[in-house]
Every structure is written in C-alpha cells, then in structure tokens.
Design a protein around this ligand. Sequence first.
Ligand SMILES: [Zn+2]
Ligand SMILES: [Zn+2]
Length: 279
Amino acid sequence: MTAQDQMRKMLDQLMGQDRDGGNEHSNLKFTDKEVCRPFLLDICINDLFTNTRADLGECNKIHSLALRSEYEKATTKRDYEYEEEILQYLQSFIKDNERKIELAKKRLEMQEKNPELEAKAQVVHELGIQIGEQVAKSEALGAEGKVDESLAVLAEVETLKTKKKEAEDAYFESLPRNIMGMREQILRPCDVCGAMLGLYEKDSVLADHFGGKLHMGYVTIRDKIKALEAQVEEKAKTRRERLEERRLNKEKSDSREEKRRSRSRSRERRRRSRSQDKD
Ligand SMILES: [Zn+2]
Ligand SMILES: [Zn+2]
C-alpha cells in the first residue's frame, strides 16, 4: 500500500468513504451486506494483521465510522444480534489458531518423552564416545611408533564416523519437523498467537514478540471475545427476566379473570334461583 493509499484509507475510516461528495455510499445502510459488520463492532480482523506474517489482505467490505455511529444509535432501540454473529466469527477464527497451538505442544511433548527418540539420541551419543576413545588410542599408538596399528585404528574411526552420521540422520528424521533437537532451537508456541518461540529465547527477542503487531492482534481478538461473551450473556439475562415478568403478569391477569368469571357465575346462579322462587 502506498503512503497515499494509506492516508486515503485512514480518512475513509475517519470520515466515511463518501467524505468528498462522491455519493458512492451515501445511500448505504449499516445493515447492507457490503458493509463490514465486524468493523461496526470495532474489530475487523483484516485490519489487525496488516504487514505481519498473518496478513489477511485488505478487507473487501466497507468500513465507515459514520455507519458505525448509525449502528450504535440504532442498537439502543433494537437488538440486531450482531454481537452473537461476530462472537461466533471470532471464536471460529481463534479455534483454528488454538488447534495449531495444541498440535505444536503435542509435538514438543512427543519429543520430550519419546523413548524411541531417546534411544536414537543415545546411539549418537555412544558412537561419539567410541570415536573419541579410538582417536585417542590411535594417537597413543602413533606416539609409540606403532604406525600400522595406529592407521588400522584410524580406519575403524572412519567406519564409526559413517555410523554416527547415519545415527544422527535417523535421530533428526524422527524429530518433529519444526524442532531440531538442540536446546537453543527447541521451540514452543505462544499461547496467545501460536507463533513459535525459542524455549531459550533472549529476553529482548521475547519483548519484541509480546509487543509486536501479530501478538497484539490476537490479544485484541481474545479481549473482544470476552467482551462480546459478557454482552451476549447480559442480553440473554435481560431476555429471561423479561419473559419471566411477562409470565408472572399473565398468571396474575389470568387469575383475576378467573375470579371475575366465577363471581359472575355465582351472580348468575343467584339470579336464577331468585327467579325460580318467584315462579
Ligand atoms: Zn472489514
Ligand atoms: Zn504471541
């Protein structure tokens, strides 16, 4: 996006896209399908990750602060149930991310307590020790002037080195793809955004991550989910209370009606019995 585009977009958001008299959107209502509904609730995901690894591209719907304030006014009089809709949308977005985090954690656990992997690492470790011992032996033999024996031992070392290379390959192949086994390179997923972070990462690198746009984008989404959940719950509570109130009122009026009827029935009976007396 050029600086000019960016400026235009900022102005669009600030003043509405029809700011310069072009009547492009002036007859739009916030309920129209061209309008970005998440933006009405102040959370368009596309805007959160611009220029990050998770960039979703520009939102193809209309963002307009004018329409947002129209919506905010209208929603005090009527429930459009956008909170429920956007909550579901955000939850499914986060669910995908959560699956990724779970998977990465499982891989990590697998690597940490996988006996097969440990055995493979042990083979590499033992071959390394043997090589070290044989090299020392060969040097000692050489120092004693036993050149042939020294060279024979060195030939054995070459075989051991080949075996060690094979054992290393077998070990690395069994490792989960994104983890290379070495302490410094063990990665774990960030619980909030799912980015892979070095387990032994420097503080300054971590600080950059936790203050970075990608991570903060997920923080914003997660906070919004919490806020919307509270709003939806509050609305449901109000609805339940209103229904209960209506039910109680109906019961009251029903019983009043019942009393009135029974009174009129007994009046009727009295009237009839009086008229029978006269007959
Ligand atoms: Zn949008
Ligand atoms: Zn993060």
